[in-house]
Write a protein that binds this ligand. Sequence first.
Ligand code: CO8
Length: 260
Amino acid sequence: TSQNIKLDFDQSTGVAVMHMQRPPVNALGLEFLTEICITVEKLEMDKSCRGLIITSSQPKVFSAGLDIVEMYETSPEHRGEFWRAVQEMWLKLYSSKLVTIAAINGSSPAAGCLVAMTCDYRIMADNPRFSIGLNETQLGLVAPFWLKDSMVNTVGHRLTELALQLGLLYNPSEALKIGLVDLVVPEDQVLSTAKKTITKWCAIPEYARQLSKLMVRKSTIDHMLTHREADIQNFVEFTSKDSTQKLLRTYLEMLKKRKA
Ligand code: CO8
């Protein structure tokens, strides 16, 4: 448990529940990303831990994605460090030997969807107001190649083509239909269903399951590692452009206004 994370670890089942609690919308800032990485690392080192459920303490939002404030009017050095942390979180979660389940109890745009897609299984609340997807292009941004790869691995090539270009956000039943989530349940049953489901996953012989997971994901992970530094440089350059900064400012203003 740290500032932005409440961790419940049940010693008897070996399952940890990570509640993201960074008000108001679990925006993934540098510090929060680091906390998530450290939490996952610690759980992996604990031999009694077998599974991790990721969920949100915030009402209506799983995670609003990257904290736009980290990219707006910050130094190139800061943005480089920030992007490395984004990559690190993806790497840690995507390659985790733990069983991971996303209990998506609210909206999950952009990097919120990224967090969900790193998991082995996704369960979403049936509230039609919630949405999930990679909406980057709608902001004028481009998802990195490894996020695109995660999407391809989840829903396939053709649907990724549509989803990424159009920046589509899906409601829960649409997300279920395309396989972006695996199960949709009533809002008050998301966590309990996740706990039931993870028990089944944890009953599979552990070593065989872990090796199988890695086998399926390895080429995607290796590809990211090969191009990691270039990806950071690309992000820093892209976010250094006046045009990108202008987009980010407009988007931040739109978010603030929307509320009023
Ligand atoms: N970063 C920072 N602040 C945010 C973010 C964010 N991503 N999202 C919302 N906020 C802030 C709002 O500005 C608002 O602030 P304030 O209280 O000061 O006015 C506060 O959080 C609450 O927001 P809302 O009133 O909008 O809350 P709602 O409950 O009505 O809605 C949503 C929640 C649906 C999550 C909504 O806030 C939303 O749609 N947010 C934006 C989501 C989004 O588009 N995120 C994309 C981020 S970019 C990303 O993750 C990946 C980029 C990778 C490519 C980069 C290559 C260059």
